[in-house]
Design a protein. Structure first.
Length: 242
């Protein structure tokens, strides 16, 4: 199986969702995203959640802009099923697209809904090879309205090994805490083995946030910065000029 295709497997999806609470400062990362979007003088009327997973970022946007309309795109039908269920109260405002944005043809399907006030992505684009990552940033730029934001909550490559070690330690502690709360009997060592040997690990193709921000500037985004960082996680963003 191609490494990123593992995310189509229901077991991988369910494991990720069961342990998402272990992600350090996850709610704060989403809060930074919404703060960036709220810096616009105009409300978000249309958005795209790219690699949407179970729709957690879309839910945050709808919480701030309950009349907005969104497209949620993911190549995992298992994730899209979760998103449909989580956001069923907004069903009339949302479109769910099963697509692989690793294929450049994805943008043709999105042109029917574009341009967007905001395009967001969470822990998804890092599954692409570096050259394709950069192309996706440019494709997103083309789909935005002038003044629209691209916000990426992403898994990135740190410069220091200690950052990785601390990140892994934090997640293993989180996995173990979830196991204990659920009444499970597995030891911390067993949870460490579960995390360090997870089947989706090889799908990660990490790159520094500095390189990715330099791409955004070269493409033409403005206000580009890393707005939040913890260990191997970052929230970086750029705005399409008006």
């Amino acid at each position: 199986m191609v490494t990123d295709q593992v995310w189509k497997l229901p077991a991988v999806v369910n494991r990720f969702l069961a342990h998402r609470a272990a992600i350090p400062l996850a709610q704060e990362q989403i809060g930074v995203m919404t703060s960036i979007l709220k810096s616009r003088p105009e409300p978000i009327e249309s958005f795209l959640d790219l690699g949407c997973g179970d729709g957690i970022l879309a839910a945050a946007i709808l919480g701030e802009y309950p009349s907005s309309r969104g497209v949620l795109a993911d190549f995992s039908e298992s994730m899209l099923e979760q998103a449909r269920e989580q956001l069923k109260e907004y069903a009339g405002q949302l479109v769910f697209e099963n697509l692989d944005y690793g294929d450049p043809a994805w943008i043709k399907r999105m042109q029917a809904y574009s341009p967007f006030d905001a395009i967001v992505s969470g822990y998804s684009i890092h599954h692409q090879v570096d050259a394709r990552k950069r192309e996706i940033c440019a494709e997103i730029f083309a789909l935005l309205k002038p003044g629209g934001w691209f916000v990426n909550i992403e898994h990135i490559a740190p410069a220091a090994q200690l950052a990785t070690d601390l990140f892994n330690h934090h997640l293993i502690d989180g996995y173990y805490a979830i196991e204990q709360r659920s009444g499970g009997a597995r030891t911390r060592e067993e949870m460490a083995n579960l995390y360090l040997n997870r089947p989706d690990k090889d799908a990660n193709k990490l790159l520094s946030v500095e390189v990715q921000c330099s791409w955004l500037r070269a493409i033409g985004y403005e206000e580009v910065d890393c707005y939040f960082r913890v260990y191997e996680l970052a929230v970086f963003a750029g705005r399409k000029p008006r």
